[in-house]
Design a protein around this ligand. Structure first.
Ligand code: UGA
Length: 432
């Protein structure tokens, strides 16, 4: 099928690559000409396992083209996926300007029936807005339908999640559009959830809010574990065996970051407020998440007495492993606070350092965890990269000035750390 993708950020790029891989004829566009130039040379704008190979293969085999001309792209596809950014405004409401601009462009340039699919995370009722805008701006007498098809991919596993999703949600009031969407997703083996446009839009926000709440829930339990002497890993394991709870997303830590949960939970609070509902639960979820970062900084201060003049090694900068994304990464807050108190920071991350350099100043970036550890008064783990789980801890210990590890992601076994002679402080577990 001929498909157009407008906007090649995380969602657009993964969607374009996977739909091409499934045999469709894809044309994807972005207003960022530099990005398009790079993509055509095989240079990916983001680090995402498997993406580069998939893009290169499909470009080579002529199923995937990148252009910077939206008009051309609108003419290409029978189905147009809108994947442009929906960043937060100053008050956390969702900025819909880019979606609305694309809707106008589609209206002005479509010459035949189109299925217009919005994939970006948007407030409930955005589909109605898109429909209205297109109806008002359309220049020729052409028919169209709007579908909400939210994306549930995670950064770091974007390709895998797009090829093997838990479910595919598509919301539309048009049977014709749904049949076309079913054909696109036919090669993917996943339950299809067909709903109204509004329900589909809400499924996305409600899913992210639920997952964020689950993380804040376990982080609250971690606090109670610390105060009572219980172990959050044991508690989470015991809870997770109950199928209704499930073991996923019960990892206590320094809180969620990234461009989804922090902004989407705030946006959902605003959406609720605009509809006349005070979303107290989600507000508490966000507060608990902020607390986790503050509590971690306090742990560092307490363990070191004070941080002024102390050398602190930081391992992990991205908001989670397998991505170079630094947006709303807890590391930014934590490092900022430690620098403010006079600490000297040496940091290492396997892939996020280039992006981190644009955000963090007064930090020395190191070539590996060992260089960062050299002479440090404490070593902090802020992202659970496998590289840190597998590093030579004996070597680390010999390099550290004092064998203190403060782990915001609980990546090490307590008894191993005790045996290894470390002073080890983690989240929701006893200090050893
Ligand atoms: C999240 C959702 O998981 C995706 O389903 C959704 O499509 C995406 O947002 C989006 O809206 O675009 P993502 O932000 O890529 O995906 O990353 P997650 O793996 O969900 O992790 C989010 C944050 O939660 C990370 O900072 C991670 O460290 C933290 N987290 C996750 C925990 O602290 N504990 C956990 O148990 C799980």
């Amino acid at each position: 099928m001929k498909i157009s993708v407008i906007g090649v950020g995380y969602v657009g790029l993964a969607t374009a690559a996977v739909l091409a891989e499934l045999g469709n004829d894809i044309m994807a566009a972005d207003v960022d000409e530099e990005k398009i130039k790079c993509l055509n040379q095989g240079i990916m704008p983001i680090f995402e396992p498997g993406l580069k190979e998939m893009v290169e293969r499909n470009v080579r085999e002529n199923r995937l083209k990148f252009v910077s001309d939206n008009k051309k792209v609108i003419g290409h596809g029978d189905v147009i996926f809108i994947c442009v950014g929906t960043p937060p405004k100053y008050n956390w409401e969702t900025e819909l300007k880019y979606v609305e601009d694309v809707a106008v462009e589609i209206a002005k340039n479509m010459k035949s029936y189109k299925v217009i699919v919005h994939k970006s995370t948007v407030p409930v009722e955005t589909g109605d807005k898109i429909k209205k805008i297109i109806k008002e701006s359309v220049e020729e007498d052409v028919d169209f339908d709007v579908v909400s098809n939210p994306e549930f991919l995670r950064e770091g596993t974007a390709i895998e999640d797009t090829l093997h999703p838990d479910r595919i949600v598509m919301g539309s009031d048009s049977k014709k559009a749904i049949e076309i969407m079913k054909k696109i997703y036919d090669p993917i083996n996943a339950p299809l959830i067909i709903t109204s446009v509004k329900s589909a839009e809400l499924i996305k926000h409600a899913s992210n809010a639920f997952l964020a709440t689950k993380i804040s829930f376990i982080n609250s339990v971690a606090r109670i574990c610390e105060l009572s002497g219980a172990d959050v890993e044991e508690v989470a394991e015991g809870m997770g065996y109950d199928k209704r709870v499930s073991k996923h997303f019960l990892n206590a830590g320094i809180g969620y970051g990234g461009f989804c949960f922090p902004k989407d939970s705030q946006a959902f609070i605003k959406i609720a407020e605009n509809l006349g509902y005070d979303y107290k639960l989600l507000k508490a979820t966000n507060e608990i998440n902020d607390d986790q970062k503050r509590i971690f900084v306090d742990k560092v201060k307490k363990a070191l007495g004070h941080v002024n003049g102390k050398n602190i090694a930081v391992l992990g900068l991205s908001f989670k492993p397998d991505t170079d994304d630094m947006r709303f990464a807890p590391s930014v807050y934590i490092i900022g606070k430690l620098l403010e108190k006079g600490a000297k920071i040496k940091a290492y991350d396997p892939v996020a350092m280039d992006k981190a350099k644009n955000i963090l100043s007064n930090v020395s970036f190191c070539k590996d965890p060992y260089e960062a550890s050299k002479g440090a008064d404490a070593l902090l783990i802020l992202t659970e990269w496998n590289e840190f789980k597998e590093m030579d801890l004996k070597k680390v210990k010999s390099l550290l000035k004092s064998p203190l590890i403060i782990d915001g992601r609980n990546i090490y076994d307590l008894s191993a750390m005790e045996k290894g002679g470390f002073r080890y402080i983690s989240i929701g577990r006893k200090d050893v």
